[in-house]
Design a protein around this ligand. Structure first.
Ligand code: SAH
Length: 213
């Protein structure tokens, strides 16, 4: 599959929809307008790639809805060079968004097939995360901590303590919290012990699962 003018046209329409739904960060919108989402999906979904919907990517997982990707990325307030940890690489689409925004990206995935696929495909498409790790995101990545931001792309029943501990002071953790439905939650680390908590609307994610590799 290739990226064509037709795909670019569909992406421009998608970005318009995201703006209408309330995404305001120009940098996020410009990034989404540049990334060929159809290349992160099975070719049978090509025609749906620029609809604002989640789709299956195998191993019972989904590529997040573009609105969700935009919403979470906007909350991260990424600056070039930020060191970011992503939990749940999945298709690698969100990883690509972070890379294109100039972040130094570490990403963890617990499904071996998805881990292998993203590790192989992202560089082919020109995205170079610093490291993709096969493992359990509940534990974070202590050897690379602390991070400017952490993004979790699966629904967490509770906020994993190691992720809070691996944030820099001033750092941001964006995580959907809840069992069946999740509340998008932003934690900002104020100092060693205190975190400021902001809650946003309801979202629906696949669950953040514990160790079972
Ligand atoms: N950002 C991805 C979202 C994929 S869905 C995308 O847009 O394609 C969430 C992903 O989190 C799935 O791939 C799932 O396998 C992964 N996941 C679930 N629990 C995890 C855990 N404990 N550690 C790492 N990844 C996990």
């Amino acid at each position: 599959m290739k990226d064509t003018n037709k795909h670019q046209g569909l992406r421009n329409q998608l970005v318009k929809q995201l703006e209408e739904k309330g995404i305001t960060d120009k940098n996020v919108l410009a990034t989404i307008s540049k990334i060929p989402r159809h290349l992160f999906l099975d070719s049978s979904f090509e025609n749906f790639a620029y609809q604002d919907m989640a789709f299956p990517i195998g191993s019972d997982q989904t590529i997040s809805q573009p609105y969700t990707v935009a919403f979470q990325t906007q909350l991260l307030e990424i600056k070039k060079g930020d060191k970011i940890l992503e939990i749940g690489t999945g298709s690698g689409y969100q990883t690509a968004v972070l890379c294109l925004m100039g972040a130094v990206v570490f990403s963890i995935e617990r499904q071996n097939k998805l881990f292998k696929n993203a590790s192989r495909e992202l560089p082919k498409l020109g995205y170079h995360p610093k490291k993709i790790v096969f493992g359990d995101g509940y534990k974070g990545l202590p050897e690379a901590a602390p991070f400017d931001s952490i993004i979790v792309t699966a629904g967490a029943p509770v906020i994993p303590q190691p992720l809070m501990a691996q944030l820099k002071i001033g750092g941001r953790l964006v995580i959907p919290v809840g069992e069946k439905e999740q509340i998008m939650t932003l934690l900002i680390r104020k100092n060693e012990t205190q975190f400021e908590k902001h809650e946003f609307g309801d979202f629906k994610f696949v669950p953040l699962l514990e160790d079972k590799n």
